[in-house]
Design a protein around this ligand. Sequence first.
Ligand code: ZN
Ligand code: ZN
Length: 250
Amino acid sequence: MKLIADLHTHTVACGHGFSTVQENVFAAQKAGLSVLGITEHGPSIPGGPHHYLMGAMLQIPPEVENLWILRGAELNIINTSGELDLDRDRMSRLDIVLAAIHPGTPYDGKSKEEHTQALCAAMENPYLDILAHPDNPGYPLDYKTIVRKAIAEGILLEVNNNSMNTAHPGRKNGMDNCRAFLEIGKKEGLQVAIGSDAHISFSVGKMEKAIKLLEETGYPEELILNRSRETIEEFLEERKKRIHKKLKTL
Ligand SMILES: [Zn+2]
Ligand SMILES: [Zn+2]
């Protein structure tokens, strides 16, 4: 399986990354990618950027030497009502929005039920596109409920390569949890997105573990967002319609 996009990367601007935009762009080009998502952490991550950074993301050019750049964020879900840590005006200016629960943020849900409720509520946000690393064993989820809600809301679940890195201290069962939601997702028709979650340029485009898992589970290629530039263009067109529709019901 060949993927042409890495949809989840960070730079030094996120507060705990090590490479610049330029270094990540070079790394993506070297890896043969044609789309790169730069998705900086939301303001409530420890040591994270001020919300001004989110407003400044569009200073990054959308295209650099045939590499299409999606200027986005990985926001924090900060309570069990699914609230995200950025105002909707700034969110509306981003190309793509990921969200996740992260340790060290104000999020205080305690149980599987509360985490599931938080993510389901977050998925109702018109601007949210992808739930990042829903495999995190620190925040167990009812995957059947999550997958069904994601499909209903037009949201994707991420297969996060970093979660399957055995050196990652916080995601010991990342692979098993990914497998669990992929098994449900392939039966229900869930679209998924793949990201390296690189915090340094050397990891940009590194998605081998995620690809291996998708192959092992026999995940249908037509449900994988990163497979072509056209698929991503179609997704972004649908995204506009989804946002428009959801804003009308608010
Ligand atoms: Zn994250
Ligand atoms: Zn990340």
